[in-house]
Design a protein around this ligand. Sequence first.
Ligand code: ADP
Ligand code: ZN
Length: 747
Amino acid sequence: MEKVGTYISVILPLRLEWNPCYFVPEGEGPVARGDRVSVRFAGRKYTGVVRDTGIVPGIDESRILEILDIVRDMAPVTEDELRLWEFVSEYYLCSVGEVYKAAYPAVKIDGELVSLRSKERARAAVDKKVAAVRARLERTGTILARRKELLARAVKQAVKDRYAEDVRKYEAEAIHLGEELMRLASPEVDDVPGNEPPLHVPSLSAAQKEALGRIKTGMSDKKPVLLDGVTGSGKTEIYIVLALEALSRGKNVLYLVPEIAVSRQLEDRLTSVFGSRLLTFHSKETPARRYSVLESVRHGGYVLLGTRSAVFLPHRDLGLVIVDEEHDPSYKQDAPAPRYNGRDTALMLARIHGADVILGTATPSLESLYNCRTGRFVKVMLSEKYFGNTDTEVEIIDTSAERRKKGMKGSFSFRLIAKVNEALSSGGQVLLLRARRSYAPSLQCTGCGDIPHCPHCNVPLSWHRQEGVMMCHYCGSRFSYTGACGRCGAPLEPLGAGTQRVEEEARELFPGARLARLDSDTSSSASAGKDVVKAFSDRKIDILVGTQIVTKGFDFGGLSLVAVIQADSLLGQQDFRADERAVQMLGQFMGRGGRRGQKGTFVIQTSRPSHPVYRLFSGDYRNEDLSEEMLSERYAFGYPPFSRIVQVIVRDREEKAAEDLAAELAGVLMKEYGVPCQAGGGSGTVSVMGPYPPAVDKVSDLYIRHIRILMKKGPELAGMKRRLDATVQEFCRVRQCAGNIVLDVDP
Ligand code: ADP
Ligand code: ZN
C-alpha cells in the first residue's frame, strides 16, 4: 500500500553522526523545520527536533519508522537556534544532537511539559470561573430588569423606595461581576510584567563617555569591540548604558559572565537598573526556573545575565551581547560535548542576530588582542579608574630566601604579617588568596615517604581536615582520614597549605580579626557564598581567605591589602597558556584592591621571584610588553592565536590499550598530513604532536593520552577540521572505538 505523507530528518539528543529519518503520515498535519516530534529510536522514546522535511530517504522506505507524535504544545525551535546549533556542531566537531542536548537538557523539556500541564489546569480553572460569573451576571441582569419594571409600575412611595433600593443593589452587583469577568478574560494575568519603574540611565565620567563614543563607532562598523579597561574603571556602567539603549530600540540583551554562583553584587546592581526586565540563568537552575526564564525570553524585553549555557536560550531580537571577563577560562566547557567556548559561541550568536558585541576585561586574552591586531575587533582602552587612579604598592616576597633567613611562620612571611597588621590597624580589609582549597593539597608518610593517591586518578589526595577526609579533586572520591599511612602505618604529615590551613594560621596570627573563608567548599550552596560576599562588602569581616572565585568581578570598597600566599601554583603546568593565565589571574587579584581611590597594597609570595610573570607586577615590565612577548613566542611555536589546536583525547581502562590506540591513531594522522612539521612559521599547514600523557594522565579509572593537532589559520582551516573529523570517525568505525576518542577544539 502506498504511504501518504512526508519523510523528515530528526535531531535527537545523542552523539549521532547522522540525523535519522522518520515518516509523518498526512493525517498528522503539516510539519516544519524546528517542530518537536516524539519518536522511537533504538527502543527508546525521545523528543527530537525536525531538521529537514520532504527528504528522500536513503534506505528502504519500509524500514523507516513513523513518528509517534508531533508535540504541538512546545514552542518550535527557531531558525536562529538551529543555525547556532549547526554552527557549533561544525566548529567544535560534535553532532548537532549534542548541541541540542546542551540547549534543551532533558530536565528542561520535562519542566516545560510539567509546566504546560499545570498551566493547562490553571487555564481550565479560569474557564470554569468565567462560566460561573457569567451565569451569575445573567441572573442578576434578569432580576434587575424585573425590579426596574416593578419600580416603573409602583405607586406607593414606600414600595417605590424599596424597588429603587433593589435596583441600586443589583446594578452595583452587575458592575462588580462585569469587572470580574473582564479581569478573568484578560490574557494570562500573571505573565504580564507589572508596571515597570522608569529606567534610570547612569551618568558616566568623562573617560567613560569618551570610551563609549569609541565603542559605538566600532559597533557602527559592525565589529565586535574589545573594551580593555583597567579594574575599577566602571566597565559595568558602560555595559548598562549600552543595554539600556538596546532595550529602547526594542531589542534584547545577553550579558554573559564566567560564573554566577556568587556574583550577587552584579545581580543587585543590574536589578536596581533593569527591575523585572533582568533575568538570570545558569546551568544549575531548577526545571521550573528554566521554564519561566524560557517563557520570559520568548516574551522579549529582557536583559539576560547568564553563564555560558545562556547562549542556547531561544533568544529573539538580540541587539547586544556583552561578554564580561572575556579572558576567563571558565567560558570553556571541557566536558561533555559540545566542548564549546561561551565567548566564541556568543560571537556566532551575535552574528546570527546582527547584534552588537562588547567583550570586556582588564586582562585581554591573547586571542582577542590578536583579533584586534588583524582588524577583526576594535579595541577601546579605558585606563582611568572611576574613583581615580592610585599607585598600588607591589611587594614581591621571595619565600625561599625568607625561609633560609627564618623569616617565615607557616605560610606567612614576617613581612606579610606586618603588612596585614598595618592594614588592619588602619581599618582596612585584607584578602588572602590561595589557589588550592582543602587543608593540605597532599599528604606524605613520615615513615616510608609515600604520598597517598586516588585509586581512580593519578593525583594525590588532598586533606580536608574539617570534614576528616582525604579527597580527590578530580573524581570527588572521599576516604576517611586516619592519620596513618596505608602502607606502613607511620603518621602522615601535610605537604603545603590549602585555604583551610591558611585560614587556621591566620586565626592564630591575627587573633582580633574577624575571619572568613570562601572557596567552592564553603560556597557549595550559592547562598552561603553570597552571605560571605555580602558580609565582606558590609565590612563585617576583616580578613577573607579564598581561592580564585573571590576575584571574579567583586567590588569591595574597603579592601586595602591583597596578598597571594603561594603564587607559584599559578605558574607551572605544562599548558602553553599557563603564563597568560597567571598574568590574568594576578592582574584580577591586584584589581580587587584600591577601588575607591585609596592606596592599595599587593603582595606576592613566591619562590621564583625572577619569573617574568611577577616582574610584570613589580613595574619592570608593562602589560603590553608582556603580551607582545607572549604573542611572539606563540608565533614562533605556531601556537594559537596564530593557529588552531584540536586536541584528540584517547581514553581506555587499560593504560597499554590507551597508549597503543593513541599511537596507532597518531600514525594514521601523520600519514594523512605528511611528516609532522616543526611548527613555527614552518612550511606545513598541519602538525601532529604526540601522543603524550597529560599532566593528570588517569581520571576516574580511565587512562588518558593526548594527540595535539595544530592547524594554521587560513581559508582552508574549516576544510582541514572537517577532514580531521572524518579521518577520526573512520578510524573509530574500523577499530570500533568511538567511545574512546573525543575531539576538543580550542582546548
Ligand atoms: P570594573 O568592572 O571595570 O572593574 P566596576 O564596573 O565594578 O569596574 O566599577 C568600579 C566601581 O566604580 C563600582 O563601585 C561602580 O559602582 C563605580 N562606578 C563606575 N562607574 C560609575 C559611574 N558612572 N557612576 C557611579 N559609580 C560608578
Ligand atoms: Zn579520583
